[in-house]
Write a protein that binds this ligand. Structure first.
Ligand code: FAD
Length: 474
């Protein structure tokens, strides 16, 4: 029997389930269709499991240097089964939490694969959703007034570099490793590649990163790339930049893989036990019935307006499937804006220049706003303040004093244009910079938000003073 809804959301990842909660708060009769597990990539194959593994790697590394803190912990060893168990436990706890939130919001969850149908006996407009139920029960037919497509993304690979799940893996398989390899080649030195490089290296794996651009994390400020490259090398990661992987040279042995890359005009060969491909993510636009609609897909991503409406104005799309910043907090906020627009709440469009981006390697990186190069290219009269964690007492107390905070400001208006950080716990500190950008704060205002002592956040206050050459400890 067909069921009617105000809103049906296709995909219960971070974007989809948060949109559903907001819709329920606004009184919309809402359903989610999810073919895998509620929580999507972020909860099951992304943010949370990868951060749980990174934390284990950090604890392992810290335990090994216990003597430095006067803690004598001899024969520190790794129980990787336990590492995986802990990660799975955290994911399961949060998964139950999301299931509970759906019940609390009286949101109907259909476990199955949804497809958008064209005009039919149910509706003169495209948007009826047919659900092929996981349980094998008869298909459900959902007739919504509005639809949100939140089907997310999946790992991409390079032509000829097929992911076999054994020797050549993506982050999906890497998260489920039963045992650590002795060595790994990581193709792609972006956010995901560098998080894995950092974690695996801290676990004791021999890591080589091959990056096509002339620097790793190439979308970050140049100074940040330079510093993380230095620190990755310091921990023993072999980093090869400006190298084009020659996929056709891939050779698989029983328990090793060899690949070549073109580097400085030469062909360089790399061999390791596994090869991890981290070259970006493709949007899940196939097999969801887009051909039954007027929805436009360009360069693999669904095209939307500032309120996330597709060419079919009652069908919205949010999150990884529309491209741009493929981040969990972006997906969920896009979901909130879309739902508020559906409910006639007149939401403000998202200003993407105010969104903070984090990389959870060890050390961490975090940024908001323009890089120094971008600010110069846009014609700003740029001034820069930089402050090292070496001069921050709390960083020394933690035994983690690598890195710095860099603030880019406009000499003419004194506005903060961008903030870039690398160092201990910077992902937890970037929101202060985010707020500064939202409020159009000046470096003076940041510096005079007196930062408590001793805290890592003092580096932000000092960097703000450094913009005008007035840092106290620098
Ligand atoms: P998804 O989370 O991918 O959810 C889409 C859902 O739709 C899936 O559950 C899928 O099963 C379902 N679906 C697809 N097709 C259908 C269909 N036809 N019918 C029913 N259901 C369907 N972001 C961060 O902000 N911070 C991080 O630390 C971070 N770390 C990451 C680490 C890794 C290794 C990876 C891979 C990603 C990471 N991300 C991180 C990115 C983040 O996971 C994504 O940006 C986020 O999950 C996007 O949310 P989404 O709702 O758009 O899509």
């Amino acid at each position: 029997m067909a069921k009617e809804y105000d809103l049906v959301i296709l995909g219960g990842g971070t974007g989809g389930y948060v949109a559903a909660i907001r819709a329920s708060q606004l009184g919309l009769k809402t359903a989610i269709v999810e073919k895998g597990k509620l929580g999507g990539t972020c909860l099951h194959r992304g943010c949370i499991p990868s951060k749980a593994l990174l934390r284990s790697a950090e604890v392992y590394k810290t335990a090994k240097r216990g003597e430095e803190f006067g803690v004598v912990a001899r024969e520190v060893s790794l129980n990787f089964d336990r590492v995986q168990e802990r990660k799975n436990g955290i994911v399961e706890t949060l998964h139950k939490g999301v299931q509970h939130l759906m019940k609390q919001g009286k949101i109907d969850v259909y476990e199955g694969t949804g497809t958008i149908l064209g005009p039919s006996i149910f509706s003169p407009m495209p948007g009826t959703i047919s659900v092929e139920m996981k349980s094998g029960e008869e298909n459900e037919m959902l007739i919504p007034k509005n639809v949100i497509i939140a089907t997310g993304s999946r790992p991409r690979s390079l032509p000829g570099l097929d992911i076999d799940g054994e020797l050549v893996i993506s982050s999906d398989e890497a998260l489920e490793l039963k045992a650590l390899p002795n060595s790994i080649i990581i193709v792609g030195g972006g956010v995901i590649g560098i998080e894995w490089a950092s974690m695996l290296s801290d676990f004791g794996v021999e890591v080589t990163v091959i990056e096509y651009a002339d620097r790793i994390v190439p979308t970050e400020d140049k100074d940040i790339s330079k510093e993380i490259q230095r620190l990755m090398k310091k921990k023993g990661v072999n980093i090869v930049t400006g190298a084009k992987v020659l996929s056709e040279t891939l050779q698989k042995g029983n328990s090793s893989v060899t690949i070549s890359a073109e580097w400085n005009g030469e062909k360089k060969e790399f061999t390791a036990e596994k090869l991890l491909v981290s070259v970006g993510r493709a949007a899940n636009t196939e097999n969801i019935g887009l051909h039954n609609t007027e929805i436009v897909v360009e360069k693999g991503f669904i095209q939307v307006n500032e309120f996330y409406q597709t060419k079919e104005s009652h069908i919205y799309a949010i999150g990884d499937v529309i491209g741009g910043l493929q981040l969990a907090h972006v997906a969920s906020h896009e979901g909130i804006v879309a739902v508020e627009h559906i409910a006639g709440e007149n939401p403000s469009p998202i200003d993407y220049t105010l969104i903070s981006k984090c990389i959870y390697s060890n050390p961490e990186m975090a940024s908001v706003g323009l890089t120094e190069d971008e600010a110069n290219q846009k014609g700003y009269n740029v001034k820069v303040g930089k402050f090292s964690f070496r001069a921050i007492g709390k960083a020394l107390v933690y035994g983690e004093a690598d890195g710095f905070v860099k603030i880019i400001a406009d000499k003419d208006t004194n506005d903060v244009l961008g903030v870039h950080m690398i160092g201990p716990h910077v992902t937890d500190m970037i929101s202060e910079a985010g707020l500064a950008r939202v409020l159009d704060a000046t470096p003076w205002e940041i510096a005079h938000t007196i930062h408590p002592h001793p805290t890592l956040s003092e580096a932000i206050g000092e960097a703000a003073l450094a913009v005008d050459g007035k840092a106290i400890h620098g």
